[in-house]
Design a protein around this ligand. Structure first.
Ligand code: ATP
Length: 269
């Protein structure tokens, strides 16, 4: 691949983010074991997995918070693994971390403007601020309020809004449903879907809530003990017996057969 093609912006449907055989460790503990995946432009790709599967490590490896020991992370063909997190943000990866991490003593608007710290296009920043307020009207109502006074759901909206202010090529969303009521989860996911459909925002979404994630995503990967054990179109994953049993809590077939299947040692199909 020559330099011109390496740095060409991806078209809708082409791979914007790619992981190739990524292995990440915490000292001697290996958290990612040869993870390869692709996120196409304009799509939502979800990463499912139980506690400790390696989802957060995966996000941190993409955003540059952690460096992989092996393998590489590519953004539009350019290697970003090994870069500092701020360089990764500048190249177009916005990380909306688990637990939101808004600045509690800054106002809502100051938090949003912090998201644009890498940019100098004043008019563009104003447009994006208006866009965020359009999608999250509650943030406009509360723009002068310290972020620490917002509810959990509003802080999640603010964290997503701050991510949008970077004008990302890909947005990493780590467990946006965490700790929120079912009504708020529905509301936030409806906005995530609209941002993708109307603004073409590409997203990599980590979720334990497979049900909501697979309904909003185009494609999914299942991570278990640091390995991808299943991948495919979200619709197919949602219909798969394995996902039904292990992530959505349904058992296939009649009760007796279902129980047998449940007890059997898992083999991913
Ligand atoms: P959760 O849904 O609980 O956040 P996860 O899928 O995001 O889980 P990770 O947090 O990525 O999983 O953890 C992957 C593995 O790495 C686990 O075995 C975990 O115990 C281990 N791990 C995570 N953070 C550390 C750390 N700071 N030091 C050592 N091991 C860690």
């Amino acid at each position: 691949m020559n330099v011109a093609t390496r740095h060409r912006a991806a078209e809708v449907g082409e791979t914007v983010l790619e992981l190739r055989n990524v292995e990440t460790f915490y000292g001697p503990i290996q958290a990612l074991r040869g993870v390869s995946l692709e996120v196409p432009k304009g799509r939502i790709v979800t990463i499912l997995g139980a506690n400790g599967a390696g989802k957060t490590t995966l996000m941190k490896t993409v955003s540059g918070v952690m460096d992989p020991e092996k393998g590489e992370v590519l953004l539009e063909g350019e290697r970003i693994s090994g870069m500092d997190p701020d360089a990764v943000v500048k190249r177009g990866v916005a990380h909306v971390p688990e637990g939101r991490e808004v600045f509690p003593f800054l106002t809502v608007e100051e938090n949003l403007r912090m998201g644009a710290f890498t940019r100098s296009d004043t008019a563009g920043i104003a447009d994006d601020l208006a866009l965020v307020y359009d999608y999250f009207p509650i943030l406009a109502e509360r723009k002068g309020q310290p972020a620490g006074t917002l509810s959990g759901g509003q802080q999640q909206m603010l964290a997503i809004g701050r991510g949008l202010m970077t004008r990302p090529k890909v947005m990493l969303l780590d467990e946006p449903s965490l700790g929120l009521s079912p009504i708020l989860v529905k509301e936030i996911f409806a906005i995530i879907r609209r941002l993708n459909r109307e603004q073409g925002v590409t997203m990599m979404l980590v979720e334990q809530n497979a049900n909501v994630a697979l309904r909003v995503a185009h494609k999914g990967y299942v991570l278990e003990l640091g390995r991808i054990v299943m991948a495919g179109d979200a619709e197919k994953l949602l219909a798969s017996a394995d996902i039904q049993e292990f992530y959505l809590g349904h058992q296939a077939g009649d009760q007796q057969r279902g129980q047998k299947r449940w007890k059997r040692r898992k083999t991913w199909r």
